[in-house]
Ligand binder design. Structure first.
Ligand SMILES: [Zn+2]
Length: 382
């Protein structure tokens, strides 16, 4: 019998969803917004487990401009296939699975809707499982690597598994009362919010379901531990989509040639550009300057948000859409969505959340503070 610190990560369970609900009351002692990191889960999660900003851990978006090191040159052959076929989700998933296996990638891998005619220009940023040793591009050890090295027993759910299985794995691991820290990852909320938006009735039902699950896990864990300290958090929130931006077509219409004059990655909420020929920057900046859909991020903002990458690997120019505007079609998808994240981290819908069933001297303010909290809780030190 000892103490368990249980960290439950509910993807996209942002402050706007938490603030007006009685979730986990009366057990919850702390409920507060948590400052997110600009980007997507592939940006936020490395910060949660290493405590450093993107410029240091080197993870930001899946695709980075790197025509020399791109592993995707053979995939260019697929450009002859009709888009109506290769843009189908199932077909893309099959091709992604095949590539992942062929290349031995252990990270989260998905080709999304990146056009095959341009894919040879880009490298992929999450080839390795970020939770394992050597998984972080910047070389930082994650909290789990530190726990391994210190010989502190812990449980971490497998992100490849569904929620039911993950919860069952957790219960089994806790039954012996051995892990000092447990980390449960729940991903379904993110998918539901993308599909239905934050106001759908299913969202409330899912949150109620999470509450029941966590109460059952708590009751169960208390049989094997003297004290169970529960922390629930998210990586970001979710913003309801009000309209789409046709930015991709607008840039195409300039007549500039992709791959010769410029390169771009169109994420769901931002466009990132690299300029390959003189004059192309001015042409593209003129279009972006007139756009009502978003704004160009200046250097001070890139620095504040921790995305001023020295090698400009993730973009020489970042254009961020306003909250609620979806870049669609984009390299991430061709169909509209009801919710998206990856907007200005200061916008209300972007904020993550933090809930604790114990009082804390130093409650986390931002994602990186979760790393410090996990270290303190597990006895790794400050
Ligand atoms: Zn998401």
């Amino acid at each position: 019998m000892g103490t368990l610190s249980l960290f439950v990560f509910i993807d996209a369970f942002g402050w706007e969803l938490v603030r007006n609900r009685s979730f986990l009351e009366p057990e919850a002692r702390i409920k507060k917004p948590l400052e997110t990191v600009f980007g997507y889960s592939c940006t936020c999660d490395p910060t949660i487990i290493t405590g450093v900003p993107p410029r240091e851990h080197g993870h930001f978006s899946f695709f980075a401009y790197d025509p020399v090191k791109s592993p995707f040159k053979p995939l260019q052959a697929l450009r002859v296939l009709p888009r109506s076929l290769v843009d189908r989700g199932r077909v893309r998933n099959k091709i992604s699975q095949f590539v992942q296996k062929a290349y031995g990638y252990t990270g989260y891998f998905q080709l999304y809707a990146v056009p095959f005619k341009y894919i040879h220009l880009f490298d992929y940023s999450e080839k390795r499982d970020i939770y394992l040793e050597g998984g972080i591009n910047g070389g930082q050890p994650s909290v789990f690597v530190l726990l391994d090295k210190a010989g502190i027993p812990y449980f971490r759910s497998d992100w490849r598994k569904g929620e039911k299985e993950a919860v069952a794995d957790l219960s089994a691991a806790l039954a012996g009362g051995r892990p000092r820290l447990a980390y449960l990852y729940l991903a379904k909320m993110d998918a539901l919010l993308h599909a239905k938006g934050t106001q759908a009735a299913e969202v409330g039902a899912m949150i109620d379901g999470y509450q029941d699950t966590l109460r059952a896990v708590l009751a169960d864990a208390r049989k094997s531990y003297d004290e169970v300290r529960l922390f629930v958090f998210s990586d970001h929130g979710m913003t309801d989509i009000v309209r789409s931006s046709p930015l991709m077509a607008e840039i195409d219409a300039t007549g500039l040639v992709f791959g010769r004059d410029y390169a771009a990655v169109y994420d769901s909420t931002m466009a990132r550009f690299w300029f390959l020929r003189e004059g192309s920057r001015a042409t593209i900046e003129a279009i972006l300057g007139k756009s009502k859909d978003g704004r160009i991020l200046d250097n001070a903002t890139l620095h504040d948000w921790g995305i001023d990458f020295a090698d400009r690997r993730y973009g020489e120019l970042f254009f961020l859409l306003h909250p609620g505007v979806l870049l669609c079609p984009s390299f991430m998808g061709t169909k509209p969505l009801a919710g998206m994240h990856g907007y200005d981290p200061g916008s209300p819908g972007s904020r993550a959340s933090f809930i604790s069933t114990v009082e804390l001297e130093k409650a986390p303010e931002k994602l990186a503070d979760l790393f410090s909290l996990m270290k303190r809780e597990s006895g790794l030190g400050v």
